[in-house]
Design a protein around this ligand. Structure first.
Ligand SMILES: Cc1cc2nc3c(=O)[nH]c(=O)nc-3n(C[C@H](O)[C@H](O)[C@H](O)COP(=O)(O)O)c2cc1C
Length: 350
């Protein structure tokens, strides 16, 4: 068992990323029940609804799960409001993940409630600050990752730098994780586990739009790029997305409404270049919306219930950690790494 698994009470040292429009109660609970770190995205959820979603997860799993906040988007005050609403609803073994550095009073609120604080960072300096805030786990995000990017280093370089400076820190890597072999490789390089987002976008329980799921399954790494285009609602933060008609056009088109998102029975217009990803209730020009996707998509080849994917990763991880027991059927998974330009044969998930 790695220190990440021990610290958070997980069977597999893998966290599912909190993902706005993708990671609702269904995905979080399914991943948690399967023994990995299912995480509910709170993103811009108002406090009362956030508390209701947490109750839904707590009723659906008896194993640890997390809630994810994005202070940079909500602002520190609204982030604290979200947490004040959800902390009383969290079971004892739940954890809180923050995308980027939280304010000190946010960190204190989580710690005072007795929950481990997991902070995702992209630089060595932020790693030190997060540890100073009392983070129990650091997630080191590399530029391979899907979604908004916290730094400029590939994940291996960041891991090497942070491990050298903070030898005792509990570290998970984010970016490039889609198989148990990827996870085992990260652990062999000094991580205590990993976080994966893109891997779970196509999951049966994910609330991503079906077109988004299909594109992730079909994509290879070179179909993604880092851009700053989708800045409405979340400015000044580059992000890795799937290429689409907007990313391939030189001139910026008008930011008129191109889609409608439906949440809790209410409709919200979505402007072109919005940071919002297409969820299952979104209608309109889905192909022009931000489909966040990491380079790991090359090895994401199927839509399955999350439990099937977690079970596959567990098997592959165990085999990779004890090579003599590896089954021959894993060969096409483990050799399907690296290339950004072709999709491996479909990985069989039983
Ligand atoms: C569709 C999508 C949405 C995301 N939304 C969030 C979010 O709301 N909060 C967050 O902490 N991270 C978010 N991320 C980033 C993840 O935390 C993580 O860095 C990333 O998924 C890791 O790379 P991978 O997608 O290649 O596994 C998102 C990533 C994706 C792919």
């Amino acid at each position: 068992m790695t220190r990440l698994a021990a610290r958070l009470g997980l069977a597999l040292p893998l966290l599912q990323a909190g993902m706005g429009a993708v990671a609702g109660p269904g995905l979080c609970a399914a991943v948690s029940r399967a023994g990995a770190g299912g995480t509910l995205a709170l993103y811009k959820e108002p406090p009362a609804r956030a508390a209701r979603l947490v109750r839904e997860v707590a009723a659906a799993t008896g194993r640890p799960f997390g809630v994810n906040v994005v202070p940079e988007v909500t602002g520190p005050a609204a982030c604290l409001d979200q947490l004040r609403a959800v902390l009383p609803e969290l079971p004892r073994r739940a954890f809180v993940t923050s995308f980027g550095l939280p304010e000190a009073d946010t960190a204190r609120a989580v710690q005072a409630a007795g929950h481990p604080l997991v902070v995702q960072v992209g630089t060595l300096a932020d790693a030190g600050t997060a540890l100073g805030l009392g983070a129990a786990v650091l997630v080191l995000q590399g530029t391979e990752a899907g979604g908004h990017l916290l730094g400029r280093l590939p994940v291996d370089l960041l891991l090497t730098a942070v491990r050298a400076r903070y030898s005792h820190a509990v570290l998970a890597v984010a970016g490039g994780i889609a198989t148990g072999q990827d996870l085992a490789d990260a652990v062999a390089r000094g991580a205590d586990g990993a976080m994966a987002g893109t891997l779970f976008v196509p999951a049966a329980e994910s609330t991503a739009h079906p077109q988004f799921k299909r594109r992730v399954v079909e994509a290879v790494a070179d179909d993604t790029l880092i851009t700053s285009l989708f800045d409405i609602g979340w400015p000044h933060r580059p992000h890795r997305v799937l290429r689409n008609p907007l990313t391939t056009t030189a001139r910026r088109a008008p930011a008129t409404f191109i889609a409608t998102a439906r949440v809790d029975g209410r409709s919200y217009p979505v402007p072109r270049y919005s940071a919002a990803a297409p969820g299952e209730g979104t209608t309109g020009r889905i192909e022009e919306m931000a489909m966040y996707c990491g380079r790991s998509c090359t090895r994401v080849t199927a839509r399955h219930p999350a439990a099937v994917t977690v079970a596959r990763l567990s098997r592959e991880y165990e085999s990779a950690r004890s090579p003599r027991t590896a089954s021959p059927g894993l060969a096409d998974v483990t050799t399907a790494r690296a290339s950004g330009s072709h999709k491996p044969d479909r990985i069989q998930e039983r």
